[in-house]
Structures are given as C-alpha cells and as structure tokens.
Ligand binder design. Structure first.
Ligand code: GLN
Length: 536
C-alpha cells in the first residue's frame, strides 16, 4: 500500500468551467488504473451545507447515502466513478468555522486567540487529509469551489500551499482556466490564463498541471506559450474542448495523458493505458442512439442544474435503451386544466419532479391526472409522488379537499408530516435524509423493474409521508403501496398496476444512477415510454 496522494483541483478566470467534470474524470481515470480513489468538494460559502439553498442559487442538492445534503458536483463524482461519497466528501467554510467555534466554546484552545491562520487553515488541512476517516486510499482528489482570487477561498488556498510544502511530491495541483476566442481579433487569448496562474503563484502555489477550457482547438504552439509563461511542462498543459457529451471528457483527458502526467509528477510508474471497455461501449451506444423519446419534466425550476441528477438519469437510461431522451421542461405553474392536453401533446412519458412548498403544486396535480387518465407512463419523485397520491385521493377517492399537510391542514391529509418531524424547529439537515431500506411487493411492476429484488436501499430527502390511515382505500381503488420501509412501515412506492406505467417513489432514485449502472426504475420507465411510441 502506497502513501495516500493528494490532487487539488482549482479554477481561475471564470466559474462554470467544469471543474467538477474534470475532477470526476481524473477520478475515473485513476480508478481505471486500479487505484483506490475518493473525490471531495470544498465550497467557500458560509452555509453549513447546500440543503437550505434555493435551487436557483446553486442547482440541485445532491444527497449521499449517509444523509448529507451536498453540492451537485458530488453527483458527477458518483455518476462518473460509481464510488459512493459520504458526509466527509462535502465541506463548506461554514462547517469549518462551526467546528472551530464549537471547539473554542468547549475550551479546547486553552486561552489562545483563534485566527484564520492557523486555526481555520489547520481545520481545512485536517479535512483535506481526511484525518478522521477510516479508509485506505491511494488518491484523494479535492476540488475547491469558486474562482482563484475570491476573498472567501483564500483560506483554502493557504491550506493547499501548506499541504504542498508538507507533502512534497505526494501532492499535485491541477488548475483549470479559460482560453477565450476573440471573434473580432480572430484569436485565442492566453492572457487570462497567465493572470490566473500569476494569482495562484502570488499565493505561493505553482500549478503542476493546467487544464485549458476552450471552445476551439488549441494547437501546440499555443500550449507551448502557456507552458513557458506559466512554468509548467508542455505535457502538463491539456485542453478541455467542448464535447458533445460530458461523458466524453475522461476519454479526451486520457488521450492527452492527463492521468499519466499526474502519475509522473508524483513519481509513480505510468504503465499501460487502461482500455476502459465498458465506458467506451457506453459512449458508442450514446453516439449511435438516434431515435428520440420525448419526456416532459414537470417542475418549477427552469434551470439545467436544478434537476441535474434526474436529467442525467433519464439520459443514461435512454442511452442504454438505445434512444435519445429529449427532455421538455414544463413549468408546473403554467399548467392548467385547459392547457395540459396541448402542453403534453407528443410526450411519451412524464416525470413529476421533487420540490418544496405550495408554488406550482396544482400544475403537478393536473399533470398527474392527465398521465393517469390518458395512460401515459408517469414517474413521480418525492413531491411528485405525493402529488400523484393527492390527485388520486381527490379524483378517485372523492376527497376534494385532499392535500399534503405541508400545504394545508385538512381532514384528508393523505400526505402527512412524519411523526419524528413534528417537534423539529431547525430547518437545516433535519429531514429524513439518506438511504433507507425498502421492501418490494412481489409481483409488482416495481419489483420486476428492480430485477425481482426483495429489499432495496434508496436515498431520501423529505419531511412528509404517505398517510397510512388511507392505505386500504387507495389499494381498494387501484393505487397500490408496493414499497414499504420494513422498520418504520412508511410507504415508499405507489403504483397503479392497471396502467402501463404509473409509479411514484417517496425516495430519490436519481441519486444512484451511474454511467455504468443506470438506475433500474429509470430504465424501466424509458422502456415503457418507448413501448408506447411507434417508430417513425
Ligand atoms: N416537500 C416534500 C416533503 O418534504 C417533498 C420533498 C422532496 O420532493 N424532496 O416531504
């Protein structure tokens, strides 16, 4: 077993360069070489976790198996590598300060003045090194959120500087920058990259490897220019061009020798390039899929990142079913009884999204009704499932006032607050979070979809639940509770077996789809969507 090596990934010039994708790709490439790897994200904001952040601010909130609400980049890490992350893989400035301040209140610092350097930076270092985590790893990849030069990321940079000094060759710094193309001049510009590297150097960090994000191909002379101005080896300047799919990135990085460059820097024999056969098979399938299947995504955030894992799960399931999933976002606030037929025209299936609060729920209920009464494959996730249940209660059981206790207390709260949630006053990190067991009903569509498994584990993020008081009535009228938590007896899955595909899950299956293992429920859903469309 070799000493653990540390790879730091930082970004400069602008945000949204795809640091998460690059970190995930490095993880994938090292994993393919047989190394034990984890990827973690350090975010400079003060929130303890992104759980309370509006999706407009920060995109989707991703949930780990052990119930941490995290940055959506962890979703990329898991989808690319299949490695399961945990609460140790997502750290914010808020969490760092909270630990230090709690320790100070506890009296642990024995009269010292608590300062950013060394106390905050020491705590950052401890977490970067994963000192408290019991695991054997060859590589820890640490992605730092934000952009070089931000005031709030300065302590992270100082921690990286110190760790590089301390670890010597066991640490490598990968810096991602941007090379813009100026149309008027007809030229690619390296100046922003030079400035960004200078900024890093001014903090005492010399990057080992530069990844240049670009919309145009960079030739060798440009790479050479960057290498010489920034003090890095030519083979350590790689480019990240626009790709038809993010899943092409690891292959492009491998072709340019990014993983080999990292190994050389550390002093590990490079050896043969791994073939990554199943990854290439997946890419071939992706390139070949031409037939389209149209799925409506019924939600309230018209933002690519807000339902990231759901979108990716739909895409992946499409590819493995040899089709291209065309996702049509449909704002649930704009759905009405009058407009719904037109809005869902041509859709092979609909997915009703998770969410919180009143806004847009009536549109989700109308969509659920349309899916049910027109026998269109319909997949409800968390709030989406709850809306399917409410729709059924209103229109089939005849409880016109049926609602969730989250929205309005009525005698027919078919979705009710969970017992253990009643006394909770703190909002952050207190939902039912993370993976729980779920027992599947033999013979159900869901059970078939999961390959006839009796017991599954899926991740949760909710406060409200199906109200068991009404279970019998639902079942009698045709909506079955086919997934139950064996410990708490909570209903986790409902389905209407008489319809082609009408399934709602209280949990979030989208969090556990990966590139090499698309999620069985998404696979089955897309299959049902395809079965309902005639080949053009
Ligand atoms: N707001 C609902 C609840 O808390 C659903 C949450 C979700 O969709 N993630 O139960």
């Amino acid at each position: 077993m070799m000493n653990t090596k540390y790879i730091f990934v930082t970004g400069g010039v602008v945000s949204s360069l795809g640091k998460g994708i690059i970190s995930a790709s490095i993880g994938k490439l090292l994993l393919a070489r047989g190394f034990k790897v984890t990827i973690q994200k350090f975010d400079p904001y003060i929130n303890i976790d992104p759980g309370t952040l509006n999706p407009y601010e920060h995109g989707e909130c991703y949930v780990t198996n052990d119930g941490m609400e995290t940055d959506l980049d962890l979703g990329h890490y898991e989808r690319f590598t299949g490695i399961r992350t945990s609460r140790n893989n997502s750290i914010t400035t808020g969490r760092i300060y909270k630990t230090v301040i709690d320790r100070e209140r506890h009296g642990d610092y024995l009269g010292k003045t608590i300062q950013v350097v060394p106390h905050i930076t020491d705590e950052i270092k401890r977490r970067m090194l994963r000192e408290e985590v019991d695991e054997e790893l060859d590589f820890v990849i640490t992605e730092v959120g934000g952009t070089i030069g931000d005031i709030e990321s300065a302590p992270f940079m100082e921690a990286i500087r110190q760790l590089r000094w301390q670890l010597g060759r066991d640490a490598v710094c990968v810096h991602l920058t941007y090379v813009p193309y100026l149309k008027a001049a007809g030229e690619l510009k390296t100046k922003p990259t030079q400035h960004s590297v200078k900024e890093l150097q001014s903090m005492g960090i010399q990057p080992d490897i530069l990844v240049l994000r670009t919309e145009r191909h960079l030739d060798d002379s440009l790479r050479m220019k960057v290498a010489s101005f920034c003090n890095v080896d030519l083979e350590c300047v790689v480019q990240s061009e626009d790709m038809p799919s993010i899943y092409e990135v690891p292959v492009s990085m491998q072709r340019q020798g990014l993983d080999a460059a990292i190994l050389r820097k550390i002093g590990i024999p490079v050896g043969e390039t791994p073939a990554m056969k199943s990854w290439h098979d997946f890419l071939d399938k992706q390139r070949e899929a031409s037939r389209e299947v149209h799925v409506a995504l019924v939600g309230k955030y018209d933002l690519q990142d807000a339902y990231k894992s759901i979108r990716e799960s739909l895409n992946l399931a499409g590819i493995y079913n040899n089709v291209k999933t065309k996702i049509h976002f449909l704002n649930s606030e704009e759905i009405s009884e009058e407009s719904v037929a037109k809005q869902l025209d041509g859709m092979a299936g609909l997915l009703i999204c998770p969410g919180f609060g009143q806004r847009g729920i009536e549109g989700k209920i109308i969509a659920a009704e349309y899916g049910r009464t027109h026998n269109i494959p319909t997949f409800g996730i968390c709030l989406g499932m709850q809306m399917m249940v409410i729709e059924f209660a209103r229109n089939v059981l005849g409880y016109k006032d049926a609602n969730s206790a989250e929205m309005r207390p009525t005698p027919h709260n078919v979705i009710d607050i969970m017992e253990e949630q009643k006394s909770i006053t703190q909002m952050g990190g207190t939902m039912r979070l993370g993976a729980y067991d779920c027992q599947l009903a033999e013979g159900s569509r869901t059970w078939e979809a999961y390959g006839r498994k009796e017991l599954i584990q899926e991740r949760h993020r909710h406060r409200y639940e199906f109200n068991n008081q009404f279970q019998e009535e639902f079942e009698q009228k045709g909506m079955k509770c086919v997934g139950i938590n064996p410990v708490a007896n909570l209903v986790e899955i409902v389905e209407i077996p008489d319809l082609r595909w009408y399934i709602g899950t209280q949990f979030h299956p989208e969090y556990s789809s990966t590139v090499l293992h698309p999620h069985p429920l998404f696979m089955d859903f897309i299959k049902a969507c395809i079965d309902g469309t005639t080949e053009a």
